[in-house]
Design a protein around this ligand. Structure first.
Ligand SMILES: Nc1ncnc2c1ncn2[C@@H]1O[C@H](COP(=O)(O)OP(=O)(O)O)[C@@H](O)[C@H]1O
Ligand SMILES: N[C@@H](CCC(=O)OP(=O)(O)O)C(=O)O
Length: 372
C-alpha cells in the first residue's frame, strides 16, 4: 500500500504526446475519455487536480498531414498553434460530458522565473481549482524562443507541481514506468517500483532519449521528479495505457515507479524560502499578529502590521519582526512596500477602496510564510 499516493490531496497529472496521440494518429479521444472519467472521480474524492497536457505539436502535425516532427522552430510553432486548439477543445468536451469544465493555461519560462508573474499564476491556478475547474496547462509554444523553452512538458509539470505545492506528480507515459534499462533495446529490463528521486544510480538507467513524438524520454522524467522533490512532492512515472491507471493509483496499488523526495513538504518549502531568496524589507507586527502567526499558523493580514521598512515589490521576501524587533517569520509579500504602507493597520476589505484594486486579503499568505 502506498500511503503517500493514497493520501495525496493535490495531484498534477502530466500526459505526454506519445500517449495522447496514439503514436501519431491524431488525438486519441477514446483514451482521453477514459482518463477524464478517472480524473472526475478523483475530484469527487476530494483530490485537487491540475492537468499538464502535451500533444499540441503532435495534434497539429496530424491535422497538417505531417508524418515527422519538423525541426524548424517556425514550423513547430505553427503546428503547436493549430494543435493546441484541438487539444483544449477535446479536453473541454470530454470533461463537459461529466458536467465539469476546464481552463487553458499556457506558460513560458518567464512566467515562472519572475516572482510577480509566479505569484499571479499561482493565485489564478488556486482560484480555478477552488472553483472546481480543471486547469489544462501546456507550454506557450507559439511565443517561446529556443533559449527559454522548457522543451519537454516533464519539466513544466514539475515546475507546476512546485507552483501549486502538489503532493503528487503523476507522469503518464507510454511505458509501464522507469525500467533499469531502456526497454526499447533491452527486452529483459525490469521495472523499478520505488526509489529515492536523488538516487544517483538512476542517471545511468534513464540515459535514453524520447520517442518520435515526445521530446523528453526518461531523463527529463527523472529530472522532473527531482525538481518536484524540491517542494516535497512525490512523483509516479507510470503507463497511461494501464487499465484504470489513476483509479488504481488512488487505491494504493503498487504500479509504476514511485520516486520519493528526500524531505517532507514543509521542510522542503522552508529550505526553499530560507535558502534561495534575498530579503528586501521588514514588516513590524503588533503583538496580536505575532500570536496569530506563531500560535494559530495564520496568514499575515495588513491590519496587524505597524510599520513597513525597505523597498520590496510584490513577490519579494520580507522579514516579519515583533514589537521587540525580534524576527518571527519571513515570507513573500503580496503587495509592494509602497502599497503595504497604505494598507497597514486597515482591515482587508478596505484594500480595494484604498488601492483601487485588491490582489489578496493577506499581506503574506501562510503558504508563503515560514516561522523562524
Ligand atoms: N530506463 C527507461 N525506462 C523506461 N523508458 C525509457 C528508459 N529510457 C528511455 N526510455 C524511453 O522513454 C520513452 C518515453 O519518453 P517520451 O517519448 O518522451 O514520452 P512522453 O511523450 O510520454 O513524455 C519510452 O518510450 C522509452 O522508450
Ligand atoms: N508543448 C509541446 C510538448 C512538448 C513535448 O513533446 O512533451 P512530451 O511529449 O511530454 O515529452 C506540445 O504540446 O506539443
Amino acid at each position: 500500500m502506498r500511503s503517500k499516493v493514497t493520501g495525496a490531496k493535490r495531484w498534477v497529472v502530466k500526459i505526454g504526446s506519445a500517449l495522447l496521440t496514439a503514436d501519431g494518429k491524431g488525438l486519441d479521444r477514446g483514451a482521453m475519455a477514459v482518463w477524464v472519467e478517472q480524473m472526475v472521480a478523483l475530484r469527487e474524492a476530494g483530490v485537487e487536480l491540475v492537468l499538464v497536457s502535451s500533444g499540441a505539436v503532435a495534434a497539429g502535425m496530424s491535422q497538417l498531414g505531417w508524418t515527422s516532427r519538423p525541426s524548424a522552430m517556425n514550423e513547430l510553432q505553427a503546428a503547436a498553434s493549430i494543435g493546441q486548439m484541438r487539444l483544449v477543445q477535446a479536453w473541454e468536451s470530454s470533461f463537459g460530458e461529466h458536467g465539469k469544465h476546464t481552463a487553458q493555461i499556457l506558460l513560458t519560462h518567464d512566467d515562472l522565473s519572475d516572482r510577480k508573474r509566479y505569484l499571479n499564476a499561482r493565485s489564478t491556478l488556486r482560484t480555478l481549482v477552488d472553483l472546481g475547474v480543471v486547469p489544462v496547462i501546456n507550454e506557450n509554444d507559439t511565443v517561446v524562443t529556443d533559449e527559454i523553452r522548457f522543451g519537454d512538458n516533464d519539466t513544466l509539470a514539475a515546475l507546476v507541481a512546485n507552483l501549486v505545492e502538489a503532493d503528487l506528480l503523476v507522469i503518464l507515459t507510454d511505458r509501464d514506468g522507469m525500467f533499469d534499462a531502456d526497454p526499447r533495446n533491452n527486452p529483459e529490463a525490469q521495472l523499478i517500483y520505488e526509489a529515492r528521486a536523488d538516487d544517483p544510480s538512476l542517471d545511468a538507467v534513464a540515459g535514453g532519449t524520447g520517442g518520435a513524438l515526445g521530446r523528453g524520454g526518461m531523463q527529463t522524467k527523472l529530472r522532473a521528479a527531482r525538481l518536484a522533490a524540491r517542494s516535497g512532492a512525490h512523483t509516479i512515472i507510470i503507463g497511461g495505457r494501464i487499465e484504470r491507471v489513476l483509479d488504481r493509483l488512488k487505491t494504493g496499488e503498487r504500479l509504476g515507479t514511485l520516486l520519493s523526495p528526500e524531505r517532507g513538504m514543509l521542510a522542503a518549502r522552508k529550505q526553499w524560502l530560507a535558502g534561495h531568496l534575498q530579503t528586501r524589507g521588514t514588516l513590524v507586527l503588533d503583538a496580536g499578529a505575532v500570536q496569530a502567526l506563531r500560535q494559530a499558523n495564520k496568514s499575515l493580514l495588513p491590519v496587524g502590521v505597524k510599520t513597513v521598512q525597505g523597498s520590496f515589490r510584490r513577490g519579494e521576501m520580507v522579514v516579519c519582526v515583533g514589537p521587540d524587533g525580534l524576527e518571527v517569520a519571513r515570507g513573500l509579500a503580496n503587495y509592494s512596500a509602497l502599497e503595504a504602507q497604505k494598507i497597514i493597520g486597515q482591515p482587508s476589505d478596505a484594500i480595494e477602496s484604498i488601492l483601487g484594486y485588491s490582489a489578496e486579503p493577506e499581506l503574506v499568505h501562510r503558504d508563503n510564510l515560514v516561522l523562524v
